[in-house]
Structures are given as structure tokens and as C-alpha cells.
Design a protein around this ligand. Structure first.
Ligand code: SAM
Length: 213
């Protein structure tokens, strides 16, 4: 299943309040630089086309959402959705989420981390590129506040099983808690574009949620 081409960006849209590139950030940059209001922070790793960032930030104006997407054209596409709706509680960063979180996110400040349909890296020799790895889970535990939540969903059963096995080694994270499939009430009523795509093609989705004790 290929990805459909992205719509052209509107050149008159000012992305700067909603978008930055990690390589341009200074060492001193902090999360408060991205948001006008200080409120609980949620981070999405690999935002793709940005459906989660768009809907979650509208549904929860009392929270800040930071999306991190490595592919520049997708990161800008997400930022353009946020710019169109003038979403002050959401911000997109382009670059490697794992490196950014490790370097710039302080201990115990994140209310939730969302990892939806991460690239599966099918070939055995590429598995080390998967985002759900031991070092990232260690960082997740460091960054989450008590009762902070990790959401991990995928359509790849093998990735799901291996990740749940990995997470068993971290007793600080309690779970997996069951996450029910929600009936879609309109065409964009899905957590992410990948969830939408899988469900429209009758492909099973494996969902898990863990809570930091
Ligand atoms: C399969 S797509 C899923 C996108 C979205 N989460 C969804 O469910 O529709 C995975 C996304 O993660 C991004 N990605 C992969 N590795 C990343 C990393 N280290 N940091 C940030 N984004 C990453 C990819 O560019 C891609 O857009």
C-alpha cells in the first residue's frame, strides 16, 4: 500500500508559529518556546500526515501537543494543518524524535507519549532502526510524569508482540491496558491516517496503553 501524494502547501501560510527543524534549535531551547500557554504536554513520535495532531489538539485545548516527524514534507504538511486552524496548543518539529527527546526533554514533564504505526522495518538487518527500542523506552520512563501514558498501536503483529515483550522488562510501566476499537462516526474519525487506512482495508490493528506507576 503506497502513500497518496500530499497536497501542495499553500505558500501564503506562515508556518513559523507551528513548525521548526530540530537541527536549527539551540541547546538552550525548551518546550515552553513552542507554546504560548504552559499546560500538560503530550508528544507524538512520527506524526505522518498529522491527523492525530489536528484532532487531539482541537479536542484538548487544555493540553499542548508536540509532534515530531522526521520526513520534512510530512512535518510541513502537519504544520500547515495546524496553521490553517490557528492551533496555538500544537507544534511540529522536523527531525529525529528519539534524539530530540533524549537531548531536550527534561525528566518527569510529559503527560503522554503517542507512538502510532511506527515504521516496521521488516528486514531483520533493519530492525535496529525501529523506534520502539530499549533506549527509547528508558527515555519514555524518564520523561513521563507519574500516571503518564504511553500509547503504542501498530498493524504489525510481530512488532506488537516484540514491543510488549520489551515493555515487560520495565515494571515501572503497567500494562498493557486494553484499548477498544471505536466506531468511526465520520470519514476522519480515526486516531491517525494509518489507523483509517488499516480499518478501511480490514487489516487488524493492535492497540496498547501503558501507565507509569
Ligand atoms: C508508518 S508512518 C505512520 C504515521 C502516523 N503515525 C499514522 O499513524 O498515520 C511512520 C512515520 O514515522 C516517521 N518516523 C520514522 N522514524 C522517525 C523518527 N525517528 N522520528 C520522527 N519520525 C519518524 C516516518 O517518517 C513516518 O511518517
Amino acid at each position: 500500500m503506497g502513500r497518496r501524494a500530499l497536497r501542495k502547501l499553500n505558500p501564503t501560510l506562515d508556518l513559523s508559529p507551528y513548525y521548526a527543524e530540530i537541527e536549527d534549535l539551540t541547546d538552550e531551547c525548551t518546550i515552553s518556546d513552542f507554546f504560548t500557554q504552559q499546560q500538560p504536554l503530550e508528544i507524538e513520535v512520527g506524526s505522518g500526515k498529522g491527523l492525530f495532531m489536528q484532532t487531539a489538539s482541537v479536542d484538548h485545548p487544555e493540553r499542548n501537543f508536540l509532534g515530531i516527524e522526521i520526513a520534512r514534507k510530512y512535518a510541513k504538511h502537519c504544520a500547515s494543518r495546524l496553521a490553517r486552524q490557528e492551533q496555538a496548543n500544537a507544534f511540529m518539529l522536523q527531525g529525529d524524535a528519539l534524539g530530540f527527546i533524549s537531548k531536550h526533554i527534561a525528566n518527569n514533564i510529559v503527560a503522554a507519549i503517542h507512538v502510532y504505526f511506527p515504521d516496521p522495518w521488516w528486514k531483520a538487518r533493519h530492525r535496529k532502526r525501529r523506534v520502539m527500542n530499549e533506549s527509547f523506552v528508558t527515555d519514555i520512563i524518564r520523561c513521563l510524569i507519574p500516571n503518564g501514558i504511553l500509547h503504542f498501536w501498530t498493524d504489525v503483529k510481530e512488532y506488537f508482540d516484540v514491543t510488549l515483550e520489551l515493555l515487560e522488562g520495565f515494571p515501572e510501566l503497567s500494562g498493557p491496558n486494553a484499548v477498544e476499537e471505536k466506531t468511526a462516526e465520520h470519514d476522519l474519525d480515526y486516531r491517525t491516517h494509518f489507523e483509517r487506512r488499516m480499518r478501511k482495508n480490514d487489516i487488524p490493528v493492535y492497540r496498547s496503553q501503558f501507565i507509569l506507576s
